[in-house]
Design a protein around this ligand. Structure first.
Ligand code: S5P
Length: 479
């Protein structure tokens, strides 16, 4: 980045007045962050507010606008400052609709087609900017540019870009750390911890009205109507993207449940069914002779046959405990499993605990929102709460273990166990349906099949049959 003395001085001032804080903070999403920005307090420092506004206007690039609009709340004083200095009329979007009077969402005078520049202090996912832009676009204003002071480098500009909004940031978090370090405002260890955090949590997404909105057209479609390929762009979760791409490439929405009891059987099964599956689901604690070499051989097979490793660990304890279970012990699950299962029962501490054990790897989880077993206690309100938990933690949650269509958000994969071509139930409460019914009636994206494959005379042949039936049902569904 070229030297910018005005920006450097501004960042020093912001650090001095306590806008940039280092420590241990819980963000709105539940993520733990070593850094926090509280630009709200600049209203108490008019000179610094003016510097921030000047830098933002300079970044806007000299385009012509009819209006300027700040995202509430911190964007408002910054937009006001620019409006006064540049004689640019303001628009103000209400946070909540008035219950009386005109019920207008936007204050100010405007005409359809007029250009408006958005102003926001910090961009994380871009959701707040998007919400404001959407209201203005509904009024037929032309809003395609947003200037933000700080890009936290967590995917916001990319998310907004996918929705047709250009984002110009005055400074990124990496640049900010470099400047504060250069001026000895922070030490190297602090800068490193912030950069490491950003590298681990650089994926976010935007959801509008409970559905992911994508591309310029702002088309909103239901999950079950969309192809796996078109769903890739609705999510920014790296493992979900990889999985959806792999499902398209291999024409497979089959997950095998590798419930066998020795490493040899596990690896033999992976070799046989590998070409037909997208996910290889394990219960590693069933393996009697588990060792590190079981994992390294399994990883090699995952590369050879192109499938993703999924440990059905069903984490269900408090955050602190699951963090140790996930990132340690005999199985060291976080080291090798791309995906794990969790229960929503403990509350979202279970997600936060798992996330705290992830160390830069791309990892995700599926929430067990409904169960296939007879007499399961997963009520409708419980499943609904699991969906809400997923929506709050899209940087880690990829979807659900489900028995029905519990969310139409195309980002969330639905994985349905209790599937057999023949067989209605086992003696211990498992209940089965056919691959076709799982996909068409229960809304499964991926079917999970254990004994239907592993106890077949020829598991490869059985896997192929399940793959074909489940994929054909999916094709029927999107047609
Ligand atoms: O509700 C559930 C959730 C899961 S993860 N019901 C299930 O059966 N499962 C898992 O799916 C179960 O642990 C097993 O690994 C697999 C089903 O195996 P199958 O032999 O009955 O097909």
């Amino acid at each position: 980045m070229a030297d910018n003395p005005a920006l450097e001085q501004c960042l020093i001032d912001l650090h001095k007045i306590g806008v940039i804080k280092f420590g241990d903070f819980t963000l709105k999403s539940g993520m733990q962050s070593p850094v926090y920005f509280d630009l709200r307090i600049i209203v108490s420092f008019p000179k610094i507010l003016e510097k921030v506004a000047d830098l933002m206007w300079a970044s806007a690039g000299g385009k012509e606008y009819h209006h300027i609009c700040g995202v509430p709340y911190t964007g408002l004083p910054i937009a006001t400052c620019i409006s006064l200095k540049k004689d640019l009329p303001m628009l103000v979007r209400r946070k909540e609709k008035k219950s009386y009077g005109t019920k207008k969402m936007v204050e100010g005078i405007y005409k359809a087609g007029e250009k408006c520049l958005m102003i926001e202090d910090v961009v994380v996912s871009g959701a707040s900017v998007y919400e404001t832009v959407l209201t203005l676009q509904e009024l037929e204003l032309d809003v395609t540019d947003a200037v933000v002071f700080l890009d936290r480098e967590q995917g916001g500009p990319a998310n907004l870009h996918a929705l047709g909004i250009n984002v110009i940031a005055v400074v990124t978090i990496t640049e900010m750390m470099a400047i504060l370090l250069k001026h000895s405002r922070i030490n190297q260890a602090t800068a490193d911890s912030v950069i490491e955090f950003i590298n681990c949590h650089n994926e976010t997404s935007i959801v509008a009205d409970g559905k992911a909105t994508f591309r310029k057209t702002l088309v909103q479609k239901n999950r079950t109507e969309m192809s796996f390929g078109s769903r890739i762009q609705t999510t920014v979760h790296p493992v979900a993207q990889k999985l959806l791409a792999l499902m398209v490439k291999k024409k497979s929405n089959l997950c095998v449940a590798a419930d066998v009891d020795t490493s040899a059987k596990l690896l033999e099964l992976a070799e046989k069914v590998g070409p037909f599956i997208c996910l290889f689901k394990t219960h590693m604690d069933i393996i009697k002779d588990f060792s590190k070499s079981t994992i390294s051989s399994l990883k090699d097979l995952a590369v050879k046959h192109d499938f993703i490793l999924f440990e059905d660990r069903q984490f269900g304890d408090i955050g602190n405990t699951v963090a140790s279970q996930y990132g340690g012990g005999l199985y060291d699950v976080v080291d090798w499993a791309d995906i794990v299962t969790v229960h929503g029962l403990p509350g979202d501490g279970v997600i936060k605990g798992l996330v705290s054990a992830v160390n830069g790897q791309a990892r995700g989880c599926m929430i067990v929102a409904q169960m296939s077993s007879e007499g399961s206690l997963t009520s409708e309100s419980y499943s609904k709460a699991c969906v809400e938990m997923a929506e709050d933690h899209t940087y880690f949650v990829m979807g659900f273990i489900s028995q029905g269509n519990i969310s139409q958000d195309p980002r969330f994969l639905h994985l349905t166990p209790g599937v057999q071509i023949e067989g209605a139930a086992d003696k211990l409460g498992q209940q089965y349906c056919s691959p076709r019914s799982a996909v068409l009636d229960k809304g499964a994206d991926i079917i999970i099949v254990g004994r239907g494959i592993i106890q077949a005379e020829d598991p490869a042949l059985a896997a192929q049959a399940y793959q074909e039936k489940a994929y054909a049902a999916y094709v029927t569904r999107i047609e």
